[in-house]
Design a binder for this molecule. Structure first.
Ligand code: SAH
Ligand code: TMP
Ligand code: ZN
Length: 406
């Protein structure tokens, strides 16, 4: 019997995506035989409302010295994190000599904007290769997983923090109770927590079920986050919807009673009720929509292949792993996936083993169709690929539904 990671209530999965490899497990041919798989099943907790994976690989399997995701690969995300940092500086750092801690700080994409202004900062980043990039750029970073014990050490060495930040990392951590106890040790009495993650409401609304993969053990909503932090005497004081990753939510949290709570919190909670995020039926319906989406996508791909056209994948994203393996996309459909990240090039995609090739190969021989796996970077990519489109190239997209963009 499985128990909710947040409130210990018994949970049952509402969908299984089947056997899945690690979403960032790009591999070489000699590693095919030992590839790791687990069953990707998702459950909704009827008590606290948290949507969660029923099974998750060990953290060291996912976050280690070979973590292939470098935040800096997207220009738009770089702008996004500059704005995030400016917002924190302007609205939340009023003390004389502020200290900012960010978990999952990756290559330093956000912290560099604090460093630039001489603000004391510390990144907590367990994946050694990405942490090294930050350190080489002079960003204070320690290479470990954040939890209660880590918080104690930070306070011993650096004192308490004014702000605790995180982007696309809180939803990766199954032991959130320890993280939140750590936050309480770490934060000054008036300190704030600010983090953002893909938002459950958007996943349901836009059918971006590719947000569900090994690393994302949780899909948060305002109501589930509120429940979780209230158990520890903390309060959600504001929420700010974001466009990143196909729809994210930023949460601002502080010790209870210190700050006024923005109206936006109750407005968003109302929207979640109206969407039925608190009802098991919503998730049963979501499962049906996933199956429909898969069927539509596969008939589209099969149709295009019947016409003898070439399809190349655009960007070997982590979230494409769920789409590819759940839908059953193979090298019969997609010739290769073009990607700009050197450590992914020359390797094969997790599970389906579609070759990942340098972006230059896409440019050198345009396919008839590019399958846009990085729909969250669509604006940036469309602007860059005018020539492909002018030469008759078309896009295949899968969210919110499978279709061809001419
Ligand atoms: N914040 C960046 C990176 C997100 S990827 C961005 O939004 O682009 C998630 C990062 O969290 C990875 O670099 C991973 O190594 C890190 N991470 C995973 N578990 C963590 C933990 N317990 N504490 C701190 N960082 C963690
Ligand atoms: P993400 O969707 O998880 O952020 O992953 C982004 C991946 O997409 C990363 O491997 C780099 C790749 N990419 C390209 O290949 N070309 C591009 O233009 C962009 C924006 C990303
Ligand atoms: Zn629960």
């Amino acid at each position: 019997m499985k128990k909710c990671l947040i409130c210990n209530t018994r949970i049952d999965p509402f969908i299984s995506f089947g056997k899945m490899p690690l979403a960032n497990g790009f591999l070489t041919q000699d590693q095919f035989a030992d590839e790791y798989f687990f069953e990707l099943k998702v459950a909704f907790c009827p008590n606290c409302g948290m949507v969660q994976l029923v099974e998750q690989p060990d953290r060291e399997k996912m976050f280690n010295k070979n973590y292939p995701f470098f935040s800096g690969t997207s220009k738009l995300m770089a702008v996004h994190f500059e704005e995030f940092a400016e917002h924190v500086k302007k609205d939340y750092l009023s003390s004389q000599d502020p200290f900012v801690v960010e978990i999952g700080s990756n290559d330093g994409i956000m912290l560099r904007h604090f460093k630039k202004d001489g603000i004391s900062h510390l990144g907590i980043e367990p994946s050694e290769n990405v942490a090294r990039v930050a350190i080489e750029n002079g960003i204070n970073t320690i290479c470990r997983f954040f939890d209660e014990d880590c918080a104690r050490r930070i306070v011993q060495e650096h004192g308490q923090a004014d702000a605790f930040l995180g982007a696309n990392v809180m939803c990766h951590i199954p032991y959130l109770h320890s993280v939140i106890e750590g936050i309480k040790i770490l934060l000054k009495p008036k300190g704030i927590v600010m983090f953002e993650d893909p938002y459950m409401g958007d996943v349901i609304e836009k059918m971006t079920y590719d947000q569900i993969y090994d690393e994302h053990v949780f899909l948060f909503s305002v109501s589930s986050i509120k429940y979780l932090f209230e158990q520890h005497g903390l309060e959600v004081i504001d929420v700010e919807p974001q466009e990143t990753h196909g729809g994210s939510m930023r949460y601002v949290i502080a010790r209870k009673g210190i700050y006024l709570v923005s109206k936006r919190v109750s407005v968003q909670l109302g929207k979640e009720k109206a969407m039925g995020l608190d009802k098991p039926e919503t998730y049963a319906n979501f499962r049906k929509n996933c199956e429909d989406s898969r069927d539509k996508l596969m008939s589209l791909l099969n149709e295009v292949k019947k016409q003898g056209k070439r399809i190349v994948g655009y960007a070997a994203t982590s979230k494409s792993t769920t789409i590819i393996n759940y839908c059953g996309i193979t090298t019969d459909h997609i010739e290769f996936i073009s990607d700009t990240t050197p450590v992914k090039q020359g390797k094969f995609s997790p599970g389906a083993h579609i070759p990942v090739r340098p972006y230059e190969e896409f440019l050198a021989n345009y396919p008839d169709y590019a399958f846009l796996f990085a729909y969250n970077h669509a604006k940036e990519i469309m602007a860059k690929e005018q020539k492909f489109m002018e030469s008759g190239g078309k896009w295949i997209v899968y969210a919110p539904k499978a279709k061809v963009l001419e």
